[in-house]
Design a protein around this ligand. Structure first.
Ligand SMILES: CCCCC/C=C/CC(=O)SCCNC(=O)CCNC(=O)[C@H](O)C(C)(C)COP(=O)(O)OP(=O)(O)OC[C@H]1O[C@@H](n2cnc3c(N)ncnc32)[C@H](O)[C@@H]1OP(=O)(O)O
Length: 364
């Protein structure tokens, strides 16, 4: 309907006032001030209040907004109010489609369960029978879920695992479907995919939190260095057995781990494959806090829900301040790690380790 061509009736105005009360998403202070000013102008005419004192910040902002409308006629203010509310319609639509507190579940994922509730988008690895090993499809789906989460109306994003593992890392069968171009082409494709995948974590704009529900292996550990907080059950372990697999570090861990935990401790993990308990990982700064498994989910989600009530813009802005000066470096590290790994995947050391695992001769 072309509202500029017609005058809003009193009924339209009242409907808009009611719609504002139903807004699910806070439209922000600027819009709220505009709504306030237009409402006052439409119902009382030009600003008739004494100017509040300079320290009465909120009433002063309201007064300024109302006063700025000057002698705008009441009918025009009513029309502008109705137009402004109708421009907020996406927020209104989401409020009418989603019951408060409803768990919004994204479909279209084979390897993940993605839900959005209470300001939190939860991306859950969902291959519990394979210990949440990350196959090619899952790499693509995690990137898709992260891109969607970066744009949705959630405040924070959480990664976690379904079942007893957080994730057993790269699915070793990723090395088995060889394309017509042979193993070189496979290694190249994997390097391209890995670089894009890790890049999504480097660039993710909102607070990203890992809820590590159980053991974590390989790339699911290294990526933690790119998260903003890591909460772990005391059942979790952290293992990067790269050398056992003939592989070199990825996920920017060659840069983040020495910074987080000291070069020597990082060497023990990334080169010698030392497995850390949750308590050890916490002492070394990789994990933010450890919880007893019996109360882990309850305690962590209570905390995350409280975080998600913080003002969203400042969370993103503060994350950007922290990440900004590291971003370029992280992308360079990622590129280099992928390049080195591409060579490693063609090595006998790596091929033998993968064949041994797949023929059930070895396990971590
Ligand atoms: C695009 C490419 C990017 C590449 C990026 C590189 C990343 C590097 C890494 O991530 S290195 C880490 C790789 N991960 C591993 O080496 C772990 C291998 N798995 C194991 O050692 C064990 O499975 C275990 C210790 C994780 C769990 O042992 P457990 O005895 O408890 O369970 P099962 O072995 O019986 O496992 C159940 C089924 O799950 C399959 N599985 C588990 N992990 C993987 C995996 N990483 N890759 C492939 N398959 C995995 C396992 O084979 C069982 O399957 P089955 O029931 O069909 O036999």
């Amino acid at each position: 309907m072309n509202r500029t061509a017609m005058r809003a009736s009193q009924k339209d105005f009242e409907n808009s006032i009611n719609q504002v009360k139903l807004l699910k998403k806070d439209p922000g202070n600027e819009v709220k001030l505009k709504l306030y000013a237009l409402y006052k102008q439409a119902t009382e005419g030009p600003c008739n209040m004494p100017k509040p004192g300079v320290f009465d910040l909120i009433n002063k902002a309201k007064w300024d907004a109302w006063n700025a409308l000057g002698s705008l006629p009441k009918e025009a203010a009513r029309q502008n109010y109705v137009d402004l509310v109708s421009s907020l319609s996406p927020s209104l639509e989401s409020s009418s489609q989603v019951e408060p507190g409803t768990d919004r579940k994204s479909t279209g994922f084979e390897t993940l369960v993605v839900t959005s509730e209470d300001g939190i988008t939860k991306i859950m690895f969902n291959r519990p029978k394979k210990k949440n090993a990350i196959n090619t499809e899952m790499y693509h789906e995690i990137m898709r879920a992260l891109k969607a989460a970066s744009k949705d109306d959630s405040i924070i994003t959480v990664l976690t695992g379904n079942g007893d593992y957080y994730s057993s890392g790269n699915d070793l069968t990723n090395f088995t479907d060889i394309p017509p171009g042979g193993v070189e082409e496979k290694a190249k494709n994997n390097a391209v995919l890995l670089r894009e995948f890790v890049g999504c974590f480097i660039d993710f704009p909102k607070p990203l939190i890992a809820v590590v529900n159980g053991p974590a292996v390989g790339i699911s550990v290294t990526l933690l260095g790119l998260f903003d907080a890591v909460y772990a059950s005391d059942r979790a372990t952290f293992h990067t057995p790269f050398s056992h697999l003939g592989q070199s570090p990825e996920g920017c861990s060659s840069y983040t781990f020495p910074k987080i935990m000291s070069p020597a401790k990082a060497t023990e993990m990334l080169i010698f494959g030392k497995k850390l308990t949750a308590g050890e990982a916490c002492a070394q700064g990789l994990v933010t806090e450890v919880f007893p498994d019996s109360t882990f989910q309850k305690e962590v989600w209570t905390r995350l829900k409280a975080f998600a009530k913080l003002p969203p813009n400042v969370l993103r802005i503060s994350k950007e301040v922290i990440r900004k000066r590291e971003r370029e470096k992280l992308h360079a590290v990622n590129a280099e790690e992928c390049n080195v790994l591409q060579g490693r995947w063609l090595s006998d050391e790596c091929t033998n380790a993968v064949v041994n695992f797949l023929s059930r001769k070895s396990k971590l």
